[in-house]
Design a protein around this ligand. Sequence first.
Ligand code: UDX
Length: 441
Amino acid sequence: TAAAPRLTVIGTGYLGATHAVCMAALGYEVLGVDVDPGKIERLNSGEVPFYEPGLPELLAKAMDSGRLRFSTSLAEAADFGDVHFLCVGTPQQRGSNAADLSFVHAATDELARHLRRRALVVGKSTVPVGTAAALADRVRSLAPAGEEVELAWNPEFLREGFAVEDTLHPDRLVFGVTSAWAEERLRAAFAPVIGEGTPVVTTDLATAELVKTAANSFLATKISYINAMAEVCEATGADVQKLAEALAYDDRIGGRFLRPGLGFGGGCLPKDIRAFIHRAEELRVGQAVAFLREVDEINKRRRARTVSLIRELAGGDPAGIRVAALGASFKPDSDDIRDAPALDVAATLHAAGARVRVFDPVAMDNARRACPQLDYAADALDAAAGADVVVLLTEWTEFREIDPAAMGAVVAHRRIVDGRHALDPAQWRAAGWTYRALGRP
Ligand code: UDX
């Protein structure tokens, strides 16, 4: 329709590329922008630069429709768009827990300098609370259109591996706005999603920023809670898997994000809770989120405990033992290895003198780049050939389906550590394996 705003998406990583493709699929004219010319070239030729189920097909359709293209020029974006989505990364600063906002600042400043007419800039990146208000002032002061340019905040909750589904059918939309006009523009930009009954929470900028941080903190806490129970289970011979199953029947608790194991990693949860602690301390409310330090510590202990379980199984000294590491990505259905517990465990074992052979169904290239010191195998059986211990680190479906007898035939010793509670202990034990998992007898 004539009223539909033209959209730009600035930053084409996991979040931005998915957002751009999905918005084009919903019928909008979209321009995606990134500073990396290589990425833009790949996207323009119809290639998704990372692994995300369903996204390549949707990108191809969107390119065919003529509604989507990619560019490196923010001047072009300013000229083209009515609503500009900021999707650049906010990684953890080196040597600090704070979020690095340099990409956010660089992108908004450059965009703002070209904004010559009424436009809405919408932040989606995860930022410390208070960032949006500061950006709003900065955008207005830099933009030739001045007060005509507004800023809003629309946090993104998509999960890697389910990014398309989460973008097209989100649980909720959160609009942080400072005017009725901004809300109307956002509603127009999400009309098809709102049309199917998605709840919209409209609020101020600071609350919108905090919703994201609070949600990720809650999820991380839930995971560390069950992993803390796993530590207690280990000390008493209790079974955390059964404990979690029984807790989950209580609707108030629920079973989601209550899977015990090696803990959380990825580009969001670990750095977001650390940045939240840092920001809360700046705001002098550090005490209110002090428990998040424990959440982080519990999570890190899972990795250390997995390493020591492998040592135990191998007889104590890791030097020279052969370990088959199944999985490298931070979770299944993703090639993302940022803060991946799997690679962390593999690298720690290697540093202790073990000979580690890694296999992952899609994250091999990323893993090789990040950890060139490790050995990489052609498949799971190849990784396991001659191994003293096998360790399952990422619960890919193909690992769940491994035949214990077939793998048993190629290893040196039938010993397995199930870091993700993904296997059936009875089945593996029946095939002659010593099976161990965190928090299980
Ligand atoms: C997360 C949030 O879920 C999402 O809403 C936000 O937008 C970005 O951060 P993502 O990082 O893609 O998404 O992964 P998620 O599925 O949340 O898993 C995070 C980590 O927790 C993974 O390493 C996973 O293996 C681990 N996890 C998850 C558990 O250890 N146990 C669980 O029960 C659930």
